[in-house]
Ligand binder design. Structure first.
Ligand code: 13P
Length: 331
């Protein structure tokens, strides 16, 4: 069942973070739904309530143009039929103003992100405000971004020296004047597989300072992949070349969630799982060329990865409480 992002945030705020996972194709979609229902092996396995989680599907502009945005919508609609127990929201990741309007008009998305963080403070507010007005008319919520994360996202690359943390006072003014419903904050993370070069990590003091000034307001953490050593080692052992990777330690997710980080964006980790499985399968079966030989173990591995990630986020085991709350029954 597709629900509003706002409903998921209301349930999660201050308790756990909702995983927001990027998808591009069929196998990722199936693995994602299975993982959020605690069924690794097949669609027909019974749902495991202790491992089931509400989640957000993220669609980037790159994913919309990789195949065709209509394929993704059809995949998600079909997954909704195949997995009727799932409760999730559909979100546009890093939208431009134009793409936000397209998603708002489509009637399919629960929320959109307008990313004008590379514009001036005033322009960021003005652009976000315009998107908020159009989205709210349709009951769709808007994530905006303030501050500058490092790394590459879509077609924008921000070098480490240009990345800057979100200023808490500016965050208050930004939220008030733009009317956005959640805010992506720069708190030390960056997109991709190379987040930290030394002992840096999440700036908990900055998250705390923002929450103190915006109590109850959902914050979003981009660049949250943990870049697990296990997956990087498997990739490199199977011919990959990913040196000096680093990510956000999973143990940091829950403390961040308690400080109002309600949505945690994961894309890179999913790519690593995909890469490791495909490299291993064709290394071990050099005479095989069937895409299903790799697709099957990938779906199982991705489902298992999602379930584990939700455990770290604290969202695993929360699905039934969300369902009860949405139907007006006390969980
Ligand atoms: P990662 O690159 O850490 O997975 O972050 C993804 C993201 O923030 C998408 O918006």
């Amino acid at each position: 069942m597709i629900v509003t992002t706002k409903e998921l945030f209301t349930q999660a705020y201050g308790k756990y973070a909702v995983g927001a996972y990027n998808i591009n194709n069929l196998e990722q979609t199936i693995g994602l739904f299975r993982g959020n229902l605690g069924k690794a092996g097949s669609n027909d396995e019974p749902t495991n309530p202790a491992k089931s989680a509400p989640f957000i599907i993220q669609i980037s502009r790159g994913a919309r143009s990789y195949s065709d945005k209509r394929f993704l919508e059809a995949l998600i609609r079909t997954a909704e039929d195949v997995f009727p127990e799932a409760i999730f929201a559909v979100h546009l990741d890093h939208g431009t103003e134009e793409v936000c309007y397209d998603c708002i008009e489509s009637g399919f998305y629960s929320s959109v992100m307008i990313d004008a963080s590379h514009e001036s403070f005033e322009d960021n507010i003005a652009i976000t405000r315009r998107v908020v007005e159009r989205a709210h008319e349709r009951g769709i919520s808007v994530e905006a971004e303030l501050g500058m994360l490092g790394g590459v996202e879509e077609d924008i690359e921000v070098s480490a020296e240009h990345a800057c943390l979100t200023d808490p006072d500016q965050a208050v003014e930004f939220v008030e004047r733009s009317g956005c419903d959640s805010l992506a904050v720069a708190i030390g993370t960056s997109h991709g597989a190379y987040k930290f070069t030394g002992n840096q990590g999440l700036h908990f003091d900055r998250i705390q300072a923002i929450q103190d000034l915006l109590p109850g307001f959902p914050l979003v953490m981009h660049g949250s992949s943990s870049v697990p050593k296990e997956w990087v080692e498997r990739i490199n052992a199977a011919g990959g070349q990913l040196p000096n990777t680093s990510g956000v330690p999973e143990k940091d997710y829950l403390p961040a969630a308690k400080l109002g980080v309600t949505k945690v964006n994961i894309d890179t980790d999913g790519r690593l799982v995909w890469c490791a499985i495909h490299r291993e399968v064709f290394r071990d079966k050099p005479a095989d060329f069937d895409l299903r030989t790799a697709g099957k173990p990938f779906m199982a591995a991705y489902a298992e990865f999602i379930t584990k990630k939700n455990e770290a986020l604290g969202s695993a085991g929360q699905l039934e409480a969300v369902r009860a709350a949405l139907s007006g029954v006390n969980a």
